[in-house]
Design a protein around this ligand. Sequence first.
Ligand SMILES: *Cc1c(COP(=O)(O)O)cnc(C)c1O
Length: 390
Amino acid sequence: MGEKLQQATLGVRAGQVRSQFNEHAEALYLTSSFVFDNAAQAAARFAGGEDGMVYTRYTNPTVSMFQDRLAALEGAQSCVATASGMAAILATALVHLKTGDHVVCSNAVFGATIQLFTNILGRFGIETTFVSPTRVDEWRAAVRPATRLLFLETPSNPLTEVSDIAALAEVAKQAGALLAVDNVFCTPALQRPLELGADIVVHSATKYLDGQGRVLGGAVVGSKSIVGQPLTAFLRTAGPTLSPFNAWVLLKGLETLELRMQAQSAAALELARWLERHPSVARVHYPGLESHPQHELAKRQQRAAGSVLSFEVKGGREAAWRVIDGTRLVSITANLGDVKTTLIHPASTTHGRISPEARAAAGITEGLVRLAVGLEAVVDLKGDLERGLS
Ligand SMILES: *Cc1c(COP(=O)(O)O)cnc(C)c1O
């Protein structure tokens, strides 16, 4: 499909391949294996001399349609789907790193990502240095001769700090390392890291790509040589493949991605502005607000500010919990990327296991509440939050 089509069109149309039945919607191929016409074709498919389906751990038509659609949205040559977001990050690391290598990673990435780099990859002699997502000088200073990968997530969770992708791509290039960006919070509807110089984009498709909280999935996106060939070979052997059923659900999610991301960003901006003026709120973190420290960078780098915001309620933990317990509509859950609005108290949940001092240093205060705005009417969301705020 041509490069000139808009994101909204690609989300609906890219990647679809029809079977001999000419179905209108994408077909769901629930099959673990594929049959061959004869022994010679089987041999050619196994040897890789002939394109075609063999076994769903390697390739599946529904999974391929999802991969091709997401690649088109990210403006990439290749996309390799995985069983979950964490499988995407693990596969990226195992393909591009070996014992003795060094990673520089933002200190404000998903909790399991920090555990993966420290506890799991650390056991195999891969060392990771964690740095501020916004201080480019810290990244430059952390680079060593053995540095092979720079990894970040922007905007960050829950404080929505915005990293300068183009500046960090330059640091990676000078270091001879790859820059991988976890694009979960923006999705390609709002941010295309490869255009800004990143080498790899990873996704937890579980969040906004699905958009309705139904299935787990992940993806790695980039060029044929950095992503397509090595990741396909890795998945074929190592196995954390996306299920065709989940790929089919995610294909449907991509069709409404553009609309959802725009609508949820607009709702988040309206709520952020309302919260910023609320007498019970000390501070709001949202890249769409002029008060955000990286507001200008976010405007350059993103098409909208996204659906996640956090705010500090005056009165610490007690006041924050009162807001959460006062809701009747919004879901109390750490998940995000759903059309149902969710909220959580990071200091006692997602960031509960780090020391109070480290938490305070990271800006995760006792009064902080994180909101991932969905598609309910904003007036109803305000009413739901107001009960605990006033
Ligand atoms: C959820 C999430 C992940 C992990 O994805 P799973 O699909 O749950 O494995 C990685 N990064 C970010 C930013 C996430 O929000």
